[in-house]
Design a protein around this ligand. Structure first.
Ligand SMILES: NC(=O)c1ccc[n+]([C@@H]2O[C@H](COP(=O)([O-])OP(=O)(O)OC[C@H]3O[C@@H](n4cnc5c(N)ncnc54)[C@H](OP(=O)(O)O)[C@@H]3O)[C@@H](O)[C@H]2O)c1
Length: 304
């Protein structure tokens, strides 16, 4: 406990040029339950590490049991205890099994960090050969997991929170199709319309017309998946806005040195996760909803 206190103080005193606030209040306790998807490596692993250091109860999930166990052991060797359960977000059966285990073991959830994602392109490549799995993992996986876990959120005064790790490649300004852009900007946007958008994209991929339809130009399948994720986060944030007990925000960690970028990037996964952890742990009085935090040093905060 003493170690956790020291770490919190370290965070509190760290200065940053980012508009993302630093910790001001330690509102959480060891009974605060947080889970992170795709956490055997990269930003997800570092998020688990930071949340565990800060003294929360953390569930590390990964689609591969061996990799997940290895990550847990690594944390253990540094004196950190986290829980592990297998979760493949692209597989509805795995989501169901996870949710049953979670409900039995913990019952309530305070923080959900949807981090797991895939991209099959090298940095300057733009193949859509794996578009189906990209959309299934990065959009439908997050949507189904979130909807399955929504009834388990504690909804206390400390406010349950969902932080979706997204990408600036999924910003609305990357969409060049005017009809789609108008739909995405519409205040009355629905989850069904977002699904319609991704299904149209997949249809364009199948019939080979995707290059001429105004979809985002860089990492097109990944960008569409994150566009859909951002749009869905906005719809969800709006849905829960009036109740005030669940907040939904997105965070783009910027160009980070992980497997997804073949180790290239301007900063480490730890740097990105430090900001992610701060966002996930904003004090209830300072926690917004429906926001998109883009990068850091300096970062931008926009409406989703
Ligand atoms: N790195 C960047 O520059 C960057 C920039 C913007 C946004 N992001 C976002 O940051 C998040 C973390 O990415 P990262 O950079 O840390 O990449 P990463 O090192 O490749 O990590 C991705 C994680 O997601 C897991 N995953 C993939 N498919 C999954 C599935 N179906 N079910 C469960 N887990 C699955 C991977 O597991 P395996 O080890 O089994 O593959 C891995 O643990 C992603 O949402 C990504 O889109 C990254």
């Amino acid at each position: 406990m003493e170690v956790n206190k020291e770490i919190t103080e370290l965070y509190l005193s760290s200065s940053s040029s980012s508009p993302i606030p630093t910790f001001t209040t330690r509102w959480w306790s060891k009974d605060t339950v947080a889970m992170v998807t795709g956490a055997n490596k990269g930003i997800g692993f570092s998020l688990v590490n930071q949340l565990a250091q800060l003294g929360l109860t953390v569930i590390l999930t990964a689609r591969d049991v061996e990799k997940g166990n290895r990550a847990v052991e690594l944390l253990k060797s540094h004196g950190l205890h986290v829980h592990f359960y297998r979760l493949d977000v692209s597989d509805p059966a795995s989501i169901k099994t996870f949710a049953l285990w979670f409900q039995k073991k913990f019952g309530v959830l305070d923080i959900l960090i949807n981090n797991a994602a895939v991209s099959f392109n090298d940095i300057y490549e733009n193949s859509v050969d794996h578009a189906e799995i990209v959309i299934k993992t990065n959009f439908y996986g997050v949507k189904l997991l979130t909807e399955t876990l929504l009834p388990m959120f504690r909804r206390s005064d400390s406010i349950s929170r969902i932080l979706n790790i997204s990408s600036r490649l999924g910003s609305i300004n990357k969409m060049r199709n005017p009809k789609m852009k108008e739909m995405l900007l519409n205040e009355g946007l629905s989850a069904q319309e977002i699904e319609g958008m991704v299904n149209l994209f997949l249809e364009n991929v199948r019939d080979g017309t995707w290059k001429n339809q105004g979809w985002p130009e860089i990492w097109t399948d990944y960008a569409v998946s994150k566009l859909a994720l951002n749009a869905y986060s906005r719809v969800l944030a709006k849905q829960y806005e009036d109740f005030g007990l669940i907040s939904v925000n997105c965070f783009c960690p910027g160009f980070t040195q992980t497997s997804m970028t073949s180790g290239k990037g301007t900063h480490t996964a730890e740097d990105a996760a430090e900001i992610g952890a701060r966002l996930a742990l904003l004090p209830p009085g300072e926690l917004p909803t429906g926001k998109f935090y883009i990068g850091f040093n300096p970062g931008v905060i926009s409406k989703l």
